[in-house]
Write a protein that binds this ligand. Sequence first.
Ligand code: 5AD
Ligand code: SF4
Length: 470
Amino acid sequence: MREEVTIRISPEEIAAQQQFAREFSALDHRPKTYFIVTYGCQMNAHDSEKLSGMLESMGMTQADCKENADFVLHNTCCIRDNAERKALGNVTWLKEIKKERPELMIGVCGCMVQEPGMAEKILRQYPFVEIAFGTGNIHRLPELMLRAVTTRRRVVSVPDEQSTVIEGLPIRRESPFQSYVTIMYGCNNFCSYCIVPYVRGRERSRNADDILREVEGLQKQGVQEIMLLGQNVNSYGNDMENGISFPRLLHKIGETGIPRIRFMTSHPKDLSDELIEEMAVNPALCRHLHLPVQAGNNRILAAMNRRYTREQYLEKVNKIRAAVPDIGLTTDLIVAFPGETEAEFEDTMDLVRTVGFDSAFTFIYSPRVGTRAAEMPGRIDPAVATQRIEKLIALQEEMTQKVFASLVGTNETVLVTGHARRNENQLTGKCSRNISVNFEGPSDAIGKILPIHITAASKTTLRGEILKGD
Ligand code: 5AD
Ligand code: SF4
C-alpha cells in the first residue's frame, strides 16, 4: 500500500479561498440562497456545517427548503447501498425542479463522490449536476463555485488521495450549545465490509493545540457539550511524531471547563486501560460509550477483520463497567455478513442479551465494491437477512426496556435541547448516558444542564421532573 503523507492545508491557501469567496459574493449573476441535504454520519453533518460556513462567507443565505434554494448541495454517504441510492434518487428528483427553474444549481459532494469511478459516472449520467467535489477538497468550495458560475461549465474536482487536515474554515454551527469537534480524519482499520478507509483516507490527527483552541473558543461562547469526532478516536495521535494520546487529549479538554464531553467512535481493539481510567475520573466525560461490536461470533469477527474476539470484547465491557458502573453502552451490529450461519447469528443475539446495550444501530450487510467482503462467497438470502434483523431489533428493544426500567427512580443531569417533538408543552434533552428525557419546564431552561428525577419510561424516551434544590 502507498504511504500517504498528511497535507496540512496552509493558512495562505485558506486566505486564497477567502479571496475567491469575496470575488464570488461580488458577482451579479450568482446563486443567492443555498440548501444542503446531508446524508450519513456526524462527520458528514459537521462537514455540512463547514460547507454552510463557507457558503455564507460567499454572501449566500440559507433557504427554508430545497425547493426554494438557488443552489442545492447534496452531502452524500456511501456506507451502504441504500444511502447511496437515496442520495442519487434525490439528486435525480431535483432535475424536475430544474426544468421549471433552469437557474437552479445542483451540487454533489461527500463520501459517495470520493468513490472510485463516481466522478466519471456523475459526468456521464448526471449532466444536470453542475458541481461535484470530494471530502478531501471541501475547503476549495469558493474557488470551485466561482469557476462553475463564471465559466458556466460543469466543475468536477475529486482528489485522488485523501490526506488533508484542514484548519481555519468558517463553521455555521447548527446549535448554540452543542458542537461537533473533529479530532481526526480517516481510518486505517480496513474492516472487510467497510468502504470508509477508501473514501476518507488514512488516519490523520489534528494538532492537539488546534483542537484545544477550538474547544476553548466554544466554551467561551457558552457551548455546554462537545462531541469529539473521528472514525476511530482511540488511535488519536498515533500518526504524529510527538502526538499525545486520546485519554491525555480528553484530560486537557476537560481542563478547558467545557461542561460535557462526548466522543465517537471507539474501536474495541484500541480501547485502552488509560482511557477507561480517564473515563472514571474526568467529570466532564459523559457516561456513555459507543462501542461497535458488529457481531458476536468469532469466525465472523475474524472474517470482518475486527481484530478482537467475542471474549475480548466482553472483557472490555466488564472492565469499563467496573470502572464506571453507571455507564451506558451502545453499539453497531451487522447481520447477514457473507456466510453467516443461523448459529453464528444466534451468537450475536446471545451477545446482545449478555451485554444489555442501552441501544444499538442494526444493519443488514451491504456489499461495497472494492472491499474484501464484497468478494466473499455465501451471500445471504435477503428474506433471511430481513428475518434476522427483525429478530435482533425486537431483542434490542427488550433490552432497552430493561435498561430504561432500571433508571426509573434515579436522578440524571439533562442538557435541555428544546421542546419535545410530540408535546410542545414539554422540554426534551439528553442525559449523560445519551438517552432522551422529556419533562415539564420553562422555555428558558433550553441550553442549560438540569438535574432531573426520572419518573417513568416509554419505548424510546424517559420521563422525569426537574429536581428542585432545597
Ligand atoms: N454493510 C452494512 N453495515 C455497514 N457498516 C459499515 N459498512 C457496512 C456495510 N458494508 C456499519 C457498521 C459501522 C456503521 C457505521 O455502519 O456497523 O459501525
Ligand atoms: Fe469502517 Fe472499521 Fe474504520 Fe469503522 S473502524 S470506519 S467500520 S473500517
